[in-house]
Design a protein around this ligand. Structure first.
Ligand SMILES: Cc1ncc(COP(=O)(O)O)c(C=O)c1O
Length: 396
């Protein structure tokens, strides 16, 4: 800044000179700016018309978003993607970006409670019909898609019941019906599953969970073809659904250890599931890696490198047993999330599915005794010991 300018002006523009360096940063910097400046007016046309690369404004996405999107698109074998502020922002951008009033979405009835709320409270309010199906029953899905529809929406591993859907079969049904097949793959992660290889046109993640992996940032991503992602990205921009650059940076940083974390946590989940089978206080262990799991054969086809880190149990003693176990746990925190480094547990009936009516809860298998664990990277012996000790306190 020229010396002839007064200190107030020089201060206002301090640190704005471009950084020159023959060397490069090893880690992508955080582009903590809300806006980029143009050199001249023709540059505006060049950037808007994609003739030249360029960033415009934070809500349209910053370099940190682009780096995260291309890393995840690569992992999920998709053409492109859009990184959003949260998983819910990703889901709402897909629904509102692709559907209009008068359209119909065919959705699995086993989805995250927040997704269910969005479909019931908002999507329908804007004139989009929602038809729920049991996506384990392929005939039901086929019948629902016999009527005109705009989308088939499922979670590959269902929340909180840990069923594994046959994406190959569902993808085929969606393809025959000519509708986009949308898969929320948050529970499976790109380590265990690649929905695009099984017919998914769009893959969604709440990156808040395993992908970021540290319970310290929210994010979401939608991945698919340029054609499908473009309207979704435009909607996310208009709705203001894109997060800040630091958030995208944190997600990408966390993601670098995803493979290591999933290896450890899915092995832990498999060991814990085995230890819990047949326990007197446990009516049912829901883990796809167990041979007795109803979709174990499907899981062998859909999942690789283990069966994931989500495990649910039904306590025979219902809510009183849940209260006892939760109070006895020490390092395993009772917290409404999943996908962190440490094991956490939730009680879906009072948290994620709190607003679901009792009949629907019963139909979905969300009992008062259901506890859903997100298994972390602890030493397996300690993990098993802690859960077993807590279960010992449950009265026979
Ligand atoms: C399967 C699934 N999808 C989406 C979401 C929503 O993600 P977020 O909390 O990042 O909005 C959640 C949250 O728990 C989830 O479990």
């Amino acid at each position: 800044m020229a010396e002839h300018r007064k200190p107030g002006t020089r201060i206002a523009h301090a640190g704005e000179e471009p950084i020159e360096s023959l060397t490069e940063p090893l880690v992508a910097p955080i582009y903590q700016t809300t806006v980029y400046s143009y050199p001249d007016v023709s540059a505006v046309d060049d950037v808007y018309e994609h003739r030249e690369p360029g960033y415009i404004y934070a809500r349209y996405g910053m370099p940190n978003h682009r780096l995260l999107e291309s890393a995840l698109a690569d992992l999920e074998d998709m053409e492109t993607g859009v990184a959003t502020a949260t998983g819910m922002s990703a889901i709402s951008s897909v629904v509102f970006g692709l559907l209009s009033a008068g359209d119909r979405i065919v959705a699995s009835n086993q989805v995250y409670g927040g997704t269910r709320n969005l479909l019931n409270l908002d999507v329908q309010r804007f004139g989009i019909e929602v038809s729920y199906v049991d996506a384990l029953d392929l005939d039901q899905v086929r019948a629902a898609l016999n009527e005109p529809a705009g989308m088939l929406y499922v979670e590959g591993i269902t929340n909180p019941t840990i069923n594994v859907l046959d994406l190959d079969a569902l993808g085929e049904i969606a393809r025959e019906a000519g509708v986009p097949f949308v898969v929320d793959s948050t529970f499976a992660t790109p380590i265990h599953s690649t929905p695009s290889a099984h017919g998914a046109d769009i893959t969604i993640h709440s990156t808040t969970k395993f992908i970021a992996g540290h319970n310290d940032v929210s994010g979401g991503v939608v991945l698919g073809s340029e054609e499908l992602i473009d309207p979704i990205r435009q909607l996310a921009i208009r709705f203001g659904g894109i997060g800040g650059p630091f958030d995208a940076w944190l997600v990408l940083r966390g993601m670098k250890t995803l493979a290591l974390r999933m290896r450890q946590s899915s092995q832990n989940a498999q060991s814990l599931a085995g230890a819990l089978e047949g326990h007197r206080a446990v009516e049912q262990v829901r883990y796809p890696g167990l041979e007795g799991h109803p979709q174990h054969a499907v899981a062998r086809r859909m999942l690789r490198s283990g069966y994931g880190s989500m495990l649910s149990i039904d306590l025979a003693g219902g809510r009183p047993a849940v209260e006892t176990v939760v109070r006895r746990l020490e390092t395993i925190r009772f917290a409404e999330t999943l996908g962190g480094l440490g094991t956490t547990v939730v009680h879906p009936a009072t948290t994620s599915h709190r607003s679901v009516d009792p009949e629907t809860k019963a139909e979905l298998g969300i009992t008062d005794g259901l506890l859903r664990f997100s298994i972390g990277i602890e030493e397996p012996e300690d993990l098993i010991d802690e859960v077993m000790t807590a279960l010992e306190a449950v009265r026979p």
